[in-house]
Design a binder for this molecule. Sequence first.
Ligand SMILES: [Zn+2]
Length: 162
Amino acid sequence: MIQMKKHKIYEAELIQPACPYCGSLALLHNGHLITNIRYLTANASHPATIRLAKQRVRCRDCSRWSMAQSELASKYCSISNASKLKILSALTEDRSMTSIASENNVSVNTVQRVLGSCSHRFLDSYEYLPAHLAFDCMISKIFNRSKYIKTSIRIDLAWSLN
Ligand SMILES: [Zn+2]
């Protein structure tokens, strides 16, 4: 099924003012790299796209190539950083990836990629014990009552020894 949606397109040019390697202002211009960046909108049925023309330049002093960069989106990425943050905050809610994807005008794969790119930050470290340990009723059902108390006391002692 092909979905027809009207996009609002904003055109912008990103200028490279100086060489990022040596700071020289003597630059040789060599066209633009045009990227279509999907941006946040209040209404998902009216997506907004920023057509960003990034200047490509060659330095006359150090002969190195560079391209203008912005904080709007990462290099060669067509999803704005603001959209990625919105997707990430939506992922903390009890919602499906499909609904997050359609709200932000991206594919489900993109939502998964955003989650994957940040998942390393949420890995638990097993190097230390937390200051307070809580046992819920699941554990007390598994162990009998006396064993449960002993286990919790042993862990409290282990923690106070550290
Ligand atoms: Zn240079």
